[in-house]
Design a protein around this ligand. Structure first.
Ligand code: ZN
Ligand code: ZN
Length: 194
């Protein structure tokens, strides 16, 4: 699986080179890529390391001041395990997203990130700026999403409309009415899959 990831990463690198972005450029620093150890909901992440002192700046958010850096000498990209089962173009979309985080001033999803995301999406046919939708990406890759487990089923006694919740306030049926018909709810505790 690591080999497949390296291969797709190299494809991304070559595609970027063809549109004038050389990720081996010294302004970007060293990028390494691996498969995430923990299984998490996120598609991937990019850890910036070795900040370049001369690019230090202070950002103020409200009263607080944060020390930030525009450039880092080292970036560690991790792609989540479950993403590796998706279609190659969706995996590459994720890789491209994380590569942009390695560019100067792109560690967040700010203006510079967006500029690159638009340029690369436009030139190479990706859809990088979007937040991924796990379920639709799984389905596009012919994988059936695991159904979620819920502890409560709530049903309207009047119109029958029902939905599920993991947690439920004990006063729920007293405090809420059906949004569709105004009827009362009954709640059932158990194990539900939806
Ligand atoms: Zn991101
Ligand atoms: Zn109802």
């Amino acid at each position: 699986m690591e080999e497949k990831l390296q291969h797709l990463f190299n494809e991304c690198k070559n595609e970027l080179y063809d549109i004038g972005i050389d990720i081996e450029n010294k302004n970007i620093g060293n990028i390494s890529i691996s498969i995430g150890k923990r299984n998490c909901k996120r598609y991937g992440c990019c850890k910036q390391e070795q900040p370049i002192e001369s690019t230090k700046y202070i950002e103020r958010i409200g009263r607080k001041k944060y020390i930030k850096y525009k450039m880092y000498a080292s970036h560690k990209i991790e792609i989540s395990k479950w993403v590796m089962d998706l279609k190659p173009n969706i995996i590459k979309n994720t890789i491209m997203h994380e590569i942009i985080h390695c560019f100067p001033n792109c560690s967040n999803h700010g203006e510079d990130f967006k500029k690159y995301a638009h340029y690369i999406s436009y030139k190479l046919g990706y859809d990088i700026s979007r937040l991924g939708d796990k379920n639709s990406d799984l389905m596009a890759s012919n994988i059936v999403p695991a159904s979620e487990k819920y502890n409560y089923k709530i049903q309207c006694t009047k119109c029958g409309y029902s939905f599920y919740r993991k947690r439920l306030n004990c006063n729920f049926s007293r405090n809420y009415r059906c949004g569709k018909c105004g009827g009362h709810f009954i709640t059932a505790k158990g194990e539900f899959r939806a």
